[in-house]
Ligand binder design. Structure first.
Ligand SMILES: Cc1cc2nc3c(=O)[nH]c(=O)nc-3n(C[C@H](O)[C@H](O)[C@H](O)COP(=O)(O)OP(=O)(O)OC[C@H]3O[C@@H](n4cnc5c(N)ncnc54)[C@H](O)[C@@H]3O)c2cc1C
Ligand code: FES
Length: 273
């Protein structure tokens, strides 16, 4: 018998007394490395409200193709809101063609953000694979003010998936890179960098985002070492508002929607598939 998840659009936490959808102006859209782009748009209120781990749902075309919006993590929310993306299909390729001054139809901020570390935590470890690095600059922007020791373990397929990460380094983040082919950093999976983590469950908190097999490896590492953590999950989305249930994923407490209950979940709860 499938579990029934109540329709929550009527009491959606983000819909109360504020306008969620707006048209914003593109400020910049640049290619940072062979695989990844960064797009900035002018959205002062969204920038004020956005929390690390939340996402925006963008209409990439004025026509019917692609029909659904596309979700993107909020990469940075300062003077402008920024997303960091990889063109992989029609929607993201249309996004890559946007230029300064273009209109961008955006819904957001959406989703449950990361839980910020409690005051006992001293070391924050972010483990990212590929485009999964996207939510972590905003997280480091917030955490650098609280003086945590920040570590980023980043895994990319090749040097084409690695960019200089100057903003992370400027935030005081210690960056360690692994690539599958060894073209930059450690040769192998990002799990080969777990030795960089100081294993103290009382003072360390882990955050991860990336392909499911990588997040499953991070989950195993957290369980074996009793480390608390959260995973920012991805699933193909339609409404982005918790209404259609199309983005549901299995967790230890039943099916949950990535767009409303997530994308950020307790890492021990998610059943990676
Ligand atoms: C909460 C959330 C945050 C995301 N943040 C980012 C981000 O910051 N930067 C970024 O580049 N991408 C991000 N994504 C993934 C991004 O939404 C997809 O890459 C995008 O929707 C692809 O659209 P498209 O039309 O270009 O490709 P499509 O033609 O729709 O698909 C191309 C390929 O990508 C796969 N795909 C499509 N959507 C997803 C998805 N959601 N997860 C996994 N695979 C998918 C398809 O199965 C297909 O193989 C995020 C997804 C979610 C759910
Ligand atoms: S419930 Fe519709 S996309 Fe998540």
């Amino acid at each position: 018998m499938p579990e029934v998840i109540p329709l929550r659009i009527a009491d959606h936490k983000h819909l109360k007394m504020k306008q969620l959808q707006n048209i914003y102006k593109v400020i910049a859209n640049e290619q940072l490395c062979p695989r990844f782009y960064r797009l900035a748009f002018d959205a002062p209120q969204l920038a004020r409200e956005a929390q690390p781990g939340q996402f925006v749902h963008i209409r990439t075309s004025l026509g019917l193709q692609p029909f659904f919006r596309r979700p993107f993590s909020i990469y940075r929310a300062q003077k402008y809101v920024e997303i960091f993306y990889e063109p992989v299909g029609q929607g993201t390729q249309l996004l890559a063609s946007k230029i300064k001054g273009d209109d961008l139809d955006v819904l957001g901020p959406l989703g449950t953000p990361f839980t910020l570390p409690s005051k006992e935590i001293k070391q924050v470890v972010m483990v990212a694979g590929g485009i999964g690095i996207a939510p972590f600059l905003a997280l480091s922007d917030v955490l650098k003010k609280k003086k945590f020791e920040l570590v980023l373990l980043y895994g990319g397929r090749t040097k084409n998936h690695v960019y200089p990460m100057k903003e992370f380094k400027a935030n005081g983040v210690k960056v360690f890179v692994a690539t599958d082919d060894g073209s930059v950093g450690f040769k192998g999976r990002v799990s080969g960098l777990f030795s960089k983590v100081r294993l103290d469950p009382q003072t360390t908190r882990v955050y991860t985002c990336g392909p499911n097999p990588m997040m499953a490896a991070v989950q195993k590492f957290c369980i074996e070492n009793n480390l608390p953590g959260e995973a920012a999950c991805e699933e193909i989305m339609a409404c982005g508002l918790g209404a259609c249930l199309g983005c549901s994923i299995p967790t230890k407490s039943g099916y949950k929607t990535v767009c409303y209950d997530g994308p950020c979940f307790d890492i021990k709860e998610v059943m990676f598939h």
